[in-house]
Design a protein around this ligand. Structure first.
Ligand code: AMP
Ligand code: MG
Length: 416
């Protein structure tokens, strides 16, 4: 194996995190647009301008349960008006409202012509034949104008908008049962290792449970993408080749383990045989070995990330390298988490020359951050306790209490 072309590349490529990120993003393009049912568009990026087909609301209607009146009649409290009918939501008023008249009206019901104001029922005696108004009511109040939310013909959501639940509501209100969005990436997730057993099995001597396939599939989903799991490939070239053959049906492949320089690390040579893999030694802690390349398929090149096997390294390199790539594929333009400065509360030692992402707990109110404690790359709990990553530059050898450090808010949406 030392003679494989990618092993040779391994020796020469040491990249900074920023270099690796931009190389990766340069190789990733957004997927094509597709039409989906409205609810399936949640989290996706709109691939068209969405235009209102009619005014929303489509007609003038009441914002309150009460009485539709003429504003001129209710400038003083204590007036009594003749009740000329009633209109509920979904019905149409049977007549107009004249001077010194009132029509009972329910929230959402169309306003009768002649009326311009709604007196809420709480401000009346709730009368049936006649009604007494107990409060001065400003003219025009509690009436929703046609088109006050969205105007017919107006572009209400522009192409490129990330569809969160409020946007799904806006699209529903303009009648979009289907919308064009950038297709959601479908990601193959594969674990490698002879020592791994699935989580419903009893680990035997020397065996451990496969945590990465679950954490990574969950990270894929948390990135708004679909994950399909390919199980565990054993540390043999044949097994890996078979698994990657299936993985290539995805839009992107994420493997974990088997990318170090151990005797049973087959990911690199196998991918080289099925496409092309660059093995990068990234100046990062944790997660130094990372392989990135592509599988050749009939559908074209499928990007593949070979993440390190240590559970923290796998998730951390997913966060730093894979997630931005998936977001770009999904048509997002904001690929980077919010970054803030905070005062460090504890001491973090790090190797000089490596960019370190320490798992941290950020207190926004206090403007402070502390590490989650032990930072070993096998201590998955450190990821679970964290709400941020403390981003320590290559040149530093330590960060001391009181230092101002840069913090990535990993439980917040990307903002740039
Ligand atoms: P590797 O990168 O294959 O050398 O693995 C590095 C370390 O991560 C080893 O201690 C592995 O046992 C562990 N590891 C690899 N894959 C997984 C996994 N899917 N779940 C949990 N630990 C793993
Ligand atoms: Mg392994």
């Amino acid at each position: 194996m030392p003679t494989s072309p990618s092993a040779a590349r391994a020796a020469v490529s040491t990249l900074t995190v920023d270099e690796a990120q931009s190389r990766i993003l340069a190789r990733i393009a957004p997927l094509e647009p597709t039409e989906v049912g409205l609810l399936d568009a949640l989290g996706a990026v709109l691939a068209e301008d969405a235009t209102a087909d009619r005014d929303v609301p489509p007609f003038r209607n009441s914002a309150m349960d009460g009485y539709a009146v003429r504003g001129a009649d209710v400038r003083q409290a204590g007036v009594t008006l003749r009740v000329v009918g009633s209109v509920s939501a979904g019905a149409l008023p049977e007549r107009t409202v004249g001077a010194r008249e009132a029509m009972r009206i329910m929230t959402g019901a169309p306003m009768p012509d002649g009326a311009d104001t709604v007196v809420r029922v709480e401000d009346t005696d709730n009368g049936v034949e006649v009604v007494t108004i107990n409060a001065v009511t400003p003219e025009g109040i509690a009436v929703r104008q046609a088109g006050e939310d969205l105007r017919r013909g107006e572009t209400v959501l522009a192409r490129g908008t990330v569809l969160r639940h409020p946007e799904i509501g806006v699209l529903a209100s303009i009648g979009r049962a289907k919308v064009r969005v950038v297709r959601r990436p479908n990601v193959a997730v594969l674990s490698t290792g002879d020592e791994l057993v699935d989580i419903d099995e009893e680990p035997g001597p020397g065996q451990i449970r496969d945590a990465n396939r679950y954490s990574l599939a969950a990270a894929v989903r948390a990135s708004g993408c679909a994950a399909f799991e390919l199980g565990i490939a054993r540390d043999s070239a044949d097994d890996l080749r078979h698994a990657l053959g299936n993985a290539a049906f995805g839009d992107l492949v994420v493997t974990s383990g088997g990318v170090s320089v151990g005797d049973h690390d087959h990911v690199k040579p196998v991918v080289d045989a099925m496409g092309q893999m660059d093995f990068w030694s990234i100046a990062i802690r944790p997660g130094r070995p990372l392989a990135f390349g592509e599988l050749r398929t009939k559908r074209g090149a499928v990007p593949i990330f070979g993440l390190p096997g240590n559970p923290v390294s796998a998730l951390l390199t997913f966060e730093v390298f894979v997630r931005p790539a998936l977001l770009k594929m999904a048509g997002r333009t904001k690929l980077h988490r919010p970054r803030v400065e905070a005062r460090l509360l504890d001491r973090i030692d790090k190797p000089t020359g490596l960019r370190m992402f320490a798992r941290g707990i950020h207190d926004a109110a206090a403007g402070t951050v502390r590490s989650t404690g032990a930072q070993g790359s096998g201590i998955l709990r450190s990821m679970s306790l964290a709400n941020c990553l403390i981003d320590l530059p290559e040149a530093a050898s330590t960060a001391a209490p009181g230092d101002t450090v840069s913090v990535l808010l990993t439980d917040r949406m990307e903002d740039h």
